[in-house]
Design a protein around this ligand. Structure first.
Ligand code: HEM
Length: 557
């Protein structure tokens, strides 16, 4: 009725709008033609093919910001044919690559690096202070022990990238550091599981539990318990931050997009007040200064990070931001990967039983406490568990591995421009049937728990009897399976992630009987569809499931 009464003036407005609409359309077409001409003129004959867009320089940028997965799916056929294809994103050339070019990205090279990407992360996501961003930006000496050619004069205390790299490679990546972190993770995660009633069925959302208990255990292990004691709501604030990481990375100004910055400020505030308290309480001359774990800073890695960023003269804001980013790196990917693995096990009771039987072979009795625990070195070599782990990474990790060209390079018939970005989407090779789908009944797009397990006949050492044994095999090359990236910037938390995820799965399947109830959508309602990747995270890390699994579980011991 109201529409009817308003008809005349509305018609008048419609004419105006229509006029306006034509003006806007004409302007857009004009711009499109101008852009297209510019794109054509700017295009060299030795440039790789590019993904067409009806409004050059604009449409693919919009697609990149709004749905990277879809954009990469569109460009994939071009990349399969030519190994490289081009896009313009925010006025910059981006080469999407696969195959040999990925191998080049992972090799030590003076023609490309990840510094400008790391600078974006430091500035936009981590919130490093401007003066400290400048310190990293001015340091061109590289990440390795020996400064890059032409930068030998850079004093050791101004080699910021190398110091960061050394911290990871001294206190996070080595086997001993990882083993210590995994041991304390096991202790903390066990504490959480033992809060579940023994022998009684409880109904819950498994992803919800992992988001709470894995983050609690991993953060306590890496950073100590003081932070979580001071802020029991830290974990909820952390997940709010995780959900806006993509928005923060674009670096949009506060006036345009204030929400994500407010979310980060909350976590930042907690980390800041915690660090203040930690520095007040900690005795740097006491025995805890070199302890494997203590409650204030937690691991040696977190303690050394807090100390070295103070000693290097970073601003207070930057010191807090380093602490915050460690917690993001620690938790953002491990939890969704574990959730996906658990979903697969819950969906398939026979797989659940097979995995339980396998992990129980690595249970031992702790000589000190008499309690059951895992023999970690045995657990980590179990074939089915490793295969489930790799399958989950293969299907759900979608970090766009990124490097920038600091000089032009030739690949095949193409010359790639200096200053351009190279991006390698892992899912191009991770979902390639030619690589993974040898058994056509299990295409690469499908989770197949035994994809990386082979049966092998061996001779029993004592009896000489021929027996069938299962063995884990990884047939793909590092440039074909790269959930953790590669080269100098390859994830230094990869060993820890592997131990944490495999241990979490093993602890749950050995301790709990589980029954699936139903899928739960984002609003807590019953969902009939199967879970899918939340593609909002495509490009930045593991894609979490878009829904949870409501289960019943009962603790057995
Ligand atoms: C499933 C879990 C994880 C995945 C899929 C993952 C993946 C990645 C990827 C793809 C990169 C960039 C690599 C490159 O550019 O070549 C990276 C960097 C990094 N990751 Fe992880 N990560 C995981 C867990 C962890 C954990 C548990 C930590 C521990 C704190 C961690 C710490 C880091 C750090 C510090 C960097 C930056 C390294 C640098 O810039 O030199 N990650 N990760």
């Amino acid at each position: 009725m109201a529409q009817f009464i308003d008809w005349r003036p509305a018609a008048g407005r419609m004419v105006d709008l229509a006029k306006g609409h034509w003006l806007v359309t004409a302007a857009c077409l004009g711009l499109a033609v101008a852009f297209a001409c510019a794109a054509r003129l700017g295009r060299r004959a030795d440039e790789p093919p590019s993904l067409p867009e009806w409004l050059p320089f604009v449409v693919n940028t919009y697609r990149y910001m709004s749905d990277r997965k879809k954009l990469m799916d569109r460009i994939r056929p071009l990349v399969s044919r030519h190994k490289v294809a081009m896009l313009w994103i925010i006025g910059k050339p981006v080469y999407v690559v696969s195959g040999d070019i990925v191998r080049m990205m992972f090799r030590s090279s003076e023609s490309m690096n990840a510094d400008n990407l790391s600078l974006l992360i430091l500035k936009n996501l981590q919130g490093l202070s401007a003066e400290d961003v400048a310190k990293f930006a001015n340091d061109k000496s590289g990440r390795l022990k020996t400064p890059g050619r032409g930068h030998e004069h850079v004093p050791a205390d101004q080699r910021y990238w190398a110091a960061n790299h050394d911290l990871h490679h001294d206190h996070l990546l080595p086997a001993e550091a990882t083993a210590q972190l995994a041991r304390s993770y096991e202790t903390f995660f066990t504490q959480r599981l033992e809060m579940q009633p023994l022998g009684r069925w409880v109904t819950l959302g498994i992803h919800d539990v992992l988001k709470r208990d894995m983050v609690w255990a991993a953060t306590s292990s890496l950073c100590g318990t003081l932070l979580l004691d001071m802020y029991p709501d830290f974990i909820a604030a952390f997940w709010d931050l995780d959900s806006v990481i993509d928005k923060l990375l674009w670096g949009l100004p506060r006036w345009l997009y204030p929400g994500p910055l407010r979310v980060r400020e909350k976590v930042f505030g907690m980390c800041g007040r915690y660090l203040e308290e930690a520095f007040k309480r900690f005795d740097w001359d006491g025995p805890d200064a070199t302890a494997g774990w203590e409650p204030i800073f937690g691991s040696r890695y977190a303690r050394e990070r807090a100390k070295s960023t103070r000693d290097a003269g970073f601003t207070w804001q930057s010191r807090i931001s380093f602490h915050m980013i460690s917690i993001i790196a620690l938790n953002s990917n491990t939890t969704p990967v574990t959730a996906w693995a658990m979903f697969e096990l819950i969906k398939d009771p026979s797989l659940f039983e097979a995995l339980r039987a396998e992990v129980e072979t690595s249970l031992v009795s702790d000589p000190e406490t008499g309690c059951r625990r895992f023999d970690t070195s045995r657990l980590l070599t179990l074939p089915l568990l490793q295969s489930v782990y790799v399958e989950t990474l293969r299907l759900h990790v979608a970090v766009l591995i990124t490097r920038q060209l600091i000089e032009p390079i030739h690949v095949g018939p193409y010359q790639l421009r200096k200053g351009a970005w190279l991006q390698a989407p892992p899912n191009f090779s991770h979902l390639d049937d030619a690589l993974w789908g040898a058994d056509s009944s299990h295409p690469a797009s499908e989770f197949w728990a035994k994809r990386h397990v082979v049966e092998e006949e061996t001779e029993e050492a004592v009896t000489g009897q021929r027996i069938q044994k299962q063995k884990f095999v990884m047939e793909a090359r590092p440039s074909e399976f790269f959930p953790f990236g590669g080269g100098h910037t390859m994830c230094p938390g990869r060993n820890l992630a592997r131990q944490e995820i495999m241990m979490t799965i093993a602890m749950i399947v050995s301790r709990f009987d589980i029954e699936f109830v139903h899928w739960v959508d984002k609003n807590g309602g019953i969902s009939t569809g199967l879970p899918r990747d939340d593609t909002k995270y495509y490009g930045f890390g593991a894609m979490p499931p878009d829904r949870d699994a409501r289960i019943r579980w009962r603790r057995r011991w």
